[in-house]
Design a protein around this ligand. Structure first.
Ligand code: BF8
Ligand code: SF4
Length: 635
């Protein structure tokens, strides 16, 4: 296989070392897995019951139905909506933890946490139509937590979830309601997907996909509440200058990598690390404790506190191969099970923390919100202990890191715009879109995948869209790619932005006190923070009196792989956003499902999937879509 594996410069230093050390990486295992199963790639393999597995012959020569009689359309639709259910479960379980933590704080039960952003809590209450007059902060927090938890408990099918109702345009809600796809209860909708895809249940691909769309919208609901309540608890992001890539690991510090997704763990680890810095110095680490982030946990602490990002998904193993990570602390999602074995090759303590997410070979420190401080102290002490066993001769920290200006939540974007027009902050953005200085907006989201040379599609597409004056937002591992490759800098704006985009970013950045332009790509946070981008779009749509499917707004997940990305992509389509995928979705074994997602969706929802594996062509196609939308608006 001659395909380039990654464009991350750190890999050039570390992959030869992995080889020398006899450590296999995700790319070695990808190679060993070739050729991958064609039936699986097409989505036509069914393992839903033990009469199977069954597989449909895509060439029409062999069986066209499984043993129970399910055809390719049914099998593909069932498989893909089960992926959506899994993605929605992951995000909304994360959201539920945060909501329960908020409730615990309101009741004074959780000493490790507090409401760090009271203004945000009040704003959330107002958004949910909760009256706060005369109420103190704990009472408001309790009311917000209660309204949020209703989204997991409501049994009235005709009453949509509170968060989704508060988060979309009126027109979009009506359109989704008419299709009966508005979720009333996150848990119920996920359960329903699992139930209807059992052997002998829903076999109608259209009905199944509609059920999947409802599940994806439940995912959206879970993301909105996770993001907003995390802001109330831990602070709302504002622009901060930090750095990204493995060069952020320090040779003379106890390096703790926080990895996974939920800020409930990483926030407390960061806080306790500050208190235990002296202990690390006593152990010989003259730079004390250095926390670095990986994946979406990394994004969460990066946008809120400027903690540097060491790695996005595909380079998590490389962080360990530096030989200088003393502990990798993980919670949930996107953690390769291989990390415990690699950690064991070095001195690294790989620490799992969630009862429902363990890895053989890792150390488990049970993390509960009630005893978070004690657990965090144990975790940091374990890291300091491991540091003492570090072998300096095996330390190889690549000399790569890039500056990254990050932390563009809705509030800071609006805040920056308000420096141009305090009365009407959205006006400068709308004006520049209308006059064509900004042609449109693109949201980059999603993962890395071994199907694509790491980060390459993100970077190629962003450079092309920038040159064509498209304003770009990013989350998740996409944001990690841009941060690592220097596209979240003012220099990148000067180098890659088209003239009119450059002028707008410079005007906003200068007036907001950044002494120059805004960075080329705005980092909005983790994957759950995709809800922030929707919030900006909804505000613009409401102001213009249009719906989301009329805006020159596109989304792209050029290196998607997780079931969570399937859920996000599907709600993005349901909200009316043309959504690009740069990896092949496992649905093409059914012409009907493929047509539903790429064409019929356009009529029903305004949004649709656009699949294009070549990043250059993908950028061209998104530019065309943006121009088509502009034409529709008469601008
Ligand atoms: O939630 S982008 S690889 S880390 S799934 Fe995972 Fe994908 Fe990264 Fe974050 Ni999102
Ligand atoms: Fe085969 Fe039907 Fe069972 Fe799927 S549900 S494994 S198609 S018999």
């Amino acid at each position: 296989m001659t395909m380039k594996l990654t464009t991350d410069p750190s890999a050039a230093t570390l992959l030869p070392i992995a080889k020398k050390e006899g450590v296999s990486t995700v790319w070695d295992r990808h190679r060993a897995m070739q050729p991958q199963c064609g039936f699986g790639q097409l989505g036509v393999c069914c393992r839903i019951c033990w009469k199977g597995p069954c597989r449909i012959d895509p060439f029409g020569d062999g069986p066209q139905r499984g043993i129970c009689g399910a055809d390719a359309d049914t099998i593909v639709a069932r498989n893909v909506i089960r992926m959506i259910a899994a993605g929605a479960a992951g995000h909304s379980e994360h959201g539920r933890h945060v909501a329960l933590a908020l409730q615990g704080v309101a009741e004074g039960r959780l000493p490790a946490y507090q409401i760090r952003d009271e203004a945000k809590l009040r704003a959330v209450a107002a958004k949910l139509d909760i009256c706060t007059e005369g109420q103190d902060i704990p009472a408001i927090a309790a009311a917000v937590a209660k309204a949020t938890l209703e989204d997991f408990q409501n049994q009235d099918h005709d009453a949509p979830c509170n968060w989704i109702e508060a988060s979309l345009t009126k027109k979009r809600l009506e359109r989704l309601q008419a299709l009966h796809v508005l979720p009333h209860n996150i848990d119920a909708v996920i359960t329903q997907i699992m139930g209807r895809t059992l052997v002998g249940c829903d076999a109608d691909p259209v009905n199944l996909i509609l059920g999947g769309i409802k599940g994806a919208l439940a995912d959206f609901d879970g993301m909105c509440l996770a993001t907003e309540l995390s802001d109330a608890l831990f602070g709302t992001p504002s622009p901060v200058i930090t750095a990204a890539n493995l060069g952020v690991i320090k040779p003379d510090a106890v390096n703790i990598a926080v990895h996974g997704h939920n800020p409930l763990l990483s926030e407390v680890v960061c806080e306790v690390a500050g208190q235990m810095d002296e202990e690390a110095r006593k152990a010989g680490a003259k730079d004390g404790i250095n926390i670095v982030g990986i994946c979406c946990t990394g994004n969460e602490v990066m946008v809120r506190h400027g903690i540097p990002l060491a790695a996005n998904y595909l380079s998590q193993e490389l962080a360990l191969i530096t030989g200088a990570v003393d502990a990798m602390v993980v919670d949930v999602q996107c953690i390769m099970p291989s990390v415990s074995e690699i950690g064991a090759c070095f001195h690294t303590a790989v620490i799992t923390t969630m009862a429902e997410n363990k890895i053989p070979g890792a150390t488990h420190v049970d993390f509960k919100e009630e005893t978070a401080l004690e657990s965090a102290r144990r975790i940091v002490a374990t890291a300091i202990d491991a540091y003492k066993r570090r072998d300096p001769r095996r330390v190889n920290i690549p000399d790569f890191k890039q500056t990254a200006i990050v932390g563009f939540g809705v509030e800071s974007v609006v805040g920056a715009l308000a420096t141009l027009n305090a009365e009407d902050p959205l006006q400068p953005l709308i004006e520049n879109i209308a006059n064509g200085n900004i042609r449109g907006i693109a949201l980059f989201a999603g993962c890395n995948s071994t199907q694509v040379a790491q980060d390459s599609s993100f970077v190629t597409m962003a450079k092309k869209l920038a040159a064509n004056n498209v304003l770009m937002l990013a989350t998740g591992c996409g944001a990690g790619s841009f941060a690592k490759h220097g596209l979240m800098t003012q220099e990148a704006t000067l180098e890659y932005a088209g003239d009119s985009l450059k002028a707008v970013l410079t005007a906003i950045g200068t007036s907001a006190g950044l002494n120059g332009p805004l960075p080329l790509v705005l980092h909005m946070g983790s994957c759950v923070d995709n809800s922030r981008a929707v919030q900006v779009a909804v505000a613009v749509a409401d102001k213009l009196g249009v719906d989301l499917d009329q805006l020159p707004l596109v989304a792209s997940a050029p290196e998607a792989m997780s079931e969570k990305a399937v859920a996000i992509g599907t709600w993005s389509v349901a909200l009316g956003i043309p959504t690009h995928l740069g990896t092949m979705p496992q649905v093409t074994g059914s012409a009907k499902v493929t047509e539903l997602l790429t064409q019929t969706a356009k009529d029903l929802l305004g949004g649709y999937f656009l699949v294009e594996l070549d990043p250059n062509l993908a950028a061209d196609k998104l530019l065309e879509v943006i121009e088509e939308r502009r034409k529709g608006l008469g601008i």
